[in-house]
Design a protein around this ligand. Sequence first.
Ligand SMILES: [Zn+2]
Length: 271
Amino acid sequence: MKPEDIQELVKRLVERELEGIIPSSRPIPIGVSARHVHLSGEHLEILFGKGYELRKLRDLSQPGQFAAEETVTLVGPKGVIEKVRILGPLRKRTQVELAKTDAIKLGVDPPVRDSGDLDGTPGITIVGPKGAVTLEEGVIIAKRHIHMTPQDAREFQVQDRDIVRVICGNERKVIFDEVLIRVSENYALDFHLDTDEANAAGVKTGDTGILLKYRGEVKVPEKRYIQKRLITEKDVREAEKKGYTIILTKGTIITPLARELASRLGILEVR
Ligand SMILES: [Zn+2]
């Protein structure tokens, strides 16, 4: 950090200190991601042969995501790492996610990025049983993040792309700053760290962390309601986007799909 950055940081921390820190009451499960590779269909065929399909070893915390039985070897300018797990399903672009320690061993210098943001990142050579691929770009250190559903986001009072902090660990507690919030109905609550981050705090998959917010960042949402004669799935989507609640009173007609969705999102109030 440059001296002016440190000054700015101290100023920010002092201000924040005065505002007070509010910990979340619900703990967040931690998922530690070891180095891994997401492959495109084209690269899978080069590495494993034409028509090859990944075999599932185990499901991951995020619905639909899995660890494959297959592994590859990564070859960098300074070193080699064998048995690097492939995660499925296949993606549009091949992406290699490393911890900083792995990157040093391989001799590459990847930036900290969100998954999928690969422009201008370094490449690497991936070796499989049937062939090898040399990527032009695609190696990143994943930005630490929390996956959650819209319902979780309401509970934690955060929004997609917010940056928060999480405290975790026992004898070597660490507060992780710059934690990205990612919200989708297809996610399950999980705080994703790489192995370097997890080791620094002495945590492993299945441990939990506490989300920290500064008082100034906590907005108490004004509750707004949608009350109509007929409520369809479209109304529920609209309400969800605006942070509104659907009220059902006697005489309100709601389609079964709309009811199911509103109740799953936690924005249904029956009066
Ligand atoms: Zn993740």
